[in-house]
Design a protein around this ligand. Structure first.
Ligand code: NDP
Length: 475
């Protein structure tokens, strides 16, 4: 299969492995820190000026509190090259007969397998559909947290409506005989288009960020290093009118695209074998539950690090539009080519594991959200807490007394349950749970540093009360 066009890909994969090693070491080693003076988190309140080129921002004045994450400039250079290659590599491996991530030479596509105009039409059509569903006045409107200029942005909470409407449209298409299984053939061109769209969109976001006032920039995304700022994101809440680009991308086209791709893989299995396998049904159902839950609880995204802290740059754009839909659902693509027999007892055990994971994940997230929204609510009022100098309290009993990130624990149990239906013969279906463990350990470390900067001694007291981070008695 190796063609001229694929030689550069093979070389890139060799480089990718080398750099991936470096990047992972950097990630595990902790981030490169410059300084995080916590008093700089408190800013004087300004009125938000109208959008026009600002002399301060045009001079590209760096913020003083910048901390370089994800391996700093080296990470910002390597990750935008390596992760798109990883997406393409994993898709190619998942459909190859060997499905081995260690196979050499790797299964490389020819150039005509990478591009299909239909993929671009479908991708842009899908994004346009969700942009339309976003602006339709369905559901309630919520306010985000207070910004540095003292204002609060408004967000439509209608993602779950979008999921239901897309579900009905898909059922109609299936009823009309649309060959949804063709998504299996289109997977690689779709991923290529999503990667290209992510790059172009990130360039647009980077350029437009020079026209916003300095208080609208993310604290960590204004270092003055163009490569790093492009990667990490300069502007905190880029908007076109009331249309919030980061919030839109966070849970809509990519997340819902993931379940549509899964459904496409299920339909491909039906085409090939007459009916969907139990393993495929489980993978589809678990991941649909996860996506539906995220959209049902869409309001909770307004208090996450992604919305509150991180700028909108390549890291989040690519994560939302390319990484999530094309790597989180690899199990379904794998099952199309590598069917697995699953006993009823095996299926029941996996369902139980997913159920426990979901219970821990949902209960712990809801407990903290409820506590942050209304600490006097009867469901949280009796929990033990400690005071902090900021006036906010920290939970030290209930789910948040078990480990410091019970929600990550639940998420990881679910991730394992998504891989188990694919059996134990290949490593590839376990990619997600392995990657996700690394991601959540890194994310926990970032959050821990931010909480220590925010809460100081109170955070240390919390850590003494609750010594384990994610896994009780292990980590
Ligand atoms: P969390 O929901 O874990 O929020 C962390 C914040 O919670 C802290 O910054 C702190 O903020 C507050 N907090 C921490 N400890 C306590 C405590 N003891 N009492 C009260 N408040 C506390 O952050 P994430 O955004 O990382 O995760 C949200 C969910 O999203 C998780 O379930 C995670 O697994 C999931 N996720 C999924 C991803 C995926 O790709 N599938 C990627 C990332 C996350 P403050 O005190 O300021 O309120």
């Amino acid at each position: 299969m190796a063609t001229e066009g694929s030689d550069w890909l093979r070389d890139s994969f060799v480089l990718m492995n080398l750099f991936l090693g470096v990047s992972i070491c950097k990630l595990l080693d902790g981030c490169i820190r410059i300084s995080v003076p916590s008093h700089l988190l408190l800013h004087a309140l300004h009125r938000r000026p109208i959008m026009r080129p600002n002399s301060h921002t045009l001079k590209h004045r760096p913020s003083h509190d910048t901390e370089r994450e994800f391996g700093g400039t080296l990470g910002a250079l390597c990750i935008p090259i390596l992760l798109p290659l990883t997406v393409m590599f994993l898709i190619c491996v998942s459909r190859s007969p060997e499905a081995s991530v260690l196979q050499w030479p790797p299964p490389l596509p020819s150039s005509d397998q990478l591009w299909d105009p239909l993929a671009l039409v479908l991708l842009l059509g899908w994004i346009a559909l969700h942009a339309l569903l976003y602006v339709i006045p369905l559901g309630k409107v919520s306010e985000g947290l207070v910004l540095r200029d003292g204002t609060r942005l408004k967000y439509p909470i209608n993602g779950f409506h979008g999921l239901c409407i897309s579900g009905v449209l898909l059922m109609l298409l299936l009823g009309l005989g649309a060959p949804l299984g063709y998504l299996f053939e289109l997977l690689l061109p779709l991923a290529v288009c999503a990667i290209a769209v992510s790059f172009l969109f990130s360039v647009y976001l980077y350029i437009r960020s020079f026209w916003v006032p300095s208080h609208a920039l993310a604290l960590g995304g204004n270092t003055g290093n163009p490569l790093y700022d492009f990667f990490i994101g300069r502007e905190l809440n880029p908007r076109i009118g009331n249309f919030d680009l980061k919030y839109f991308c966070e849970l809509r086209p990519g997340l819902m695209g993931w379940v549509v791709i899964n459904l496409g893989m299920l339909m491909k299995e039906v085409e090939l074998r007459g009916s969907p396998s139990l393993a495929m049904i489980l993978v589809n159902s678990f991941q649909l539950l996860y996506v539906a839950d995220a959209l049902w609880n869409e309001e909770a995204v307004l208090t996450t690090m992604d919305i509150v802290h991180d700028g909108f740059g390549f890291m989040l754009v690519f994560g939302d539009l390319a990484w999530v839909p094309f790597t989180y659902g690899l199990q379904a693509a794998f099952l199309v080519v590598h069917p697995q027999a699953l006993s009823l007892l095996g299926a029941a055990t996996i369902i139980a594991l997913n159920g426990i994971g979901y219970y821990v994940f949902r209960k712990s997230n809801s407990q903290k959200n409820q506590f942050r929204r209304d600490p006097t609510h009867p469901s949280v009022a009796r929990l033990e807490t400690i005071a902090t100098a900021t006036g906010k309290r920290l939970l030290v009993s209930g789910w948040w007394g078990l480990v410091r990130h019970p929600n990550y624990l639940g998420d990881l149990l679910m991730a394992l349950a998504w891989s188990l239906p694919c059996g134990f013969s290949h490593l590839l279906p376990y990619f997600y749970v392995i990657y996700f463990t690394v991601l959540l350990i890194h994310r926990e470390d970032r959050d821990e540093r931010q909480c220590r900067a925010k809460y100081g001694l109170a955070w240390d007291t919390y850590c003494r009360h609750v010594p384990y981070r994610i896994f009780p008695y292990i980590y």
